[in-house]
Design a protein around this ligand. Structure first.
Ligand SMILES: *[C@@H]1O[C@H](CO)[C@@H](O)[C@H](O)[C@H]1NC(C)=O
Length: 291
């Protein structure tokens, strides 16, 4: 009896600790004025519609970029993006999380433009403790220039999952203990985005250059949602309790794995884990994991 009571109390305490609403001042979702700042490119980066819409542009002189005001350590972060329309060859729209300094962590989405009618490439990568070289590339099942679509990163202590319109396209698991593969779990990250000239490499390996007669090039953003992310401040990660806080324990279940397999089969055009030429002395350790 005593023991059961103790277990009950312990569980109650755990629940309280996990779900205790931490009162952090969260800016209204979807308000770019509160949540981000334009960091370069001058007036090429612009917030409009009373904070509901952000546009970055690129011309011959400069690109532009913004970053989140806050840093996060774990969370679910959503953004709706409409990439540069029409002939966007040579442009790169990068949207990513990154920590500061050497040995940095980074979780990337990068949209590589293309000629009108030719497919965009969605390039993804992850750096943990300074080590990258883990690219996967996709051609999406829609044309990302035509409409806004939702690009999500779920980052929890177990895994990182990249989603497009809620479909998982990539997972990176925490196998630091088992395999010694570094995992981003200590350094807070900010959200960044930039639109820049990548025509030395982006489109068909640099063969197709930017057509400046089409400038300025513009990418659009809306619905930035960080409400389910843990804000890092004063050396601590503060997580807000929400009923939709399930991202903390999200992993891919059977249905999720099925969707991921489907995307890998139909949309993946490059996977570092299959690139034995690039890694002649053996593939990175995490490549041995079953999906
Ligand atoms: C652009 O289109 C070409 C031709 O369809 C394709 O080979 C290439 O992968 C596309 N994307 C990029 C970024 O070059």
């Amino acid at each position: 009896m005593e023991r059961r009571k103790m277990i009950y109390l312990r569980n109650l305490l755990l629940l309280l600790l996990i779900d205790l609403p931490v009162l952090v001042s969260h800016a209204a979702a979807d308000d770019f004025f509160n949540n981000v700042e334009i960091t370069w490119g001058g007036s090429r980066g612009e917030i409009m519609d009373r904070g509901g819409l952000l546009q970055l542009s690129l011309d011959k002189i400069s690109g532009s970029g913004f970053q989140s005001k806050q840093e996060y350590l774990f969370g679910r972060i959503d953004m709706q993006i409409k990439v540069v329309p029409d002939n966007s060859a040579g442009t790169v729209t990068a949207y990513y999380l990154s920590s500061q300094g050497d040995s940095h962590d980074e979780i990337d989405f990068e949209f590589l433009g293309n000629l009108s009618g030719e497919p965009y490439t969605l390039h993804t990568n992850i750096y943990s403790q300074g080590k990258g070289n883990r690219e996967q590339q996709f051609q999406l099942w829609f044309d990302p220039r035509l409409e806004f679509h939702t690009y999500t990163i779920i980052w929890n202590p177990t895994n990182i999952i990249w989603y497009v319109d809620n479909v998982p396209i990539r997972v990176f698991r925490n196998v630091q203990e088992q395999l010694g593969v570094p995992y981003p779990e200590k350094q807070p990250q900010r959200v960044y985005s930039s639109l820049w000239n990548g025509d030395s490499w982006a489109t068909r390996g640099g063969l197709v250059k930017i057509d400046w007669s089409q400038a300025p090039f513009t990418a659009s953003y809306r619905n930035f949602q960080t409400i389910n992310a843990c804000v890092f401040s004063n050396g601590k990660s503060l997580c807000r309790s929400t009923t939709t806080g399930s991202w903390r324990t999200t992993t891919l279940d059977v249905a999720g794995l099925g969707k991921l397999q489907n995307v890998r089969r139909n949309n993946m055009i490059y996977d570092y884990c299959s690139d034995t030429k690039r890694f002649p002395h053996g593939l990175p350790l995490e490549c041995s994991l079953e999906l």
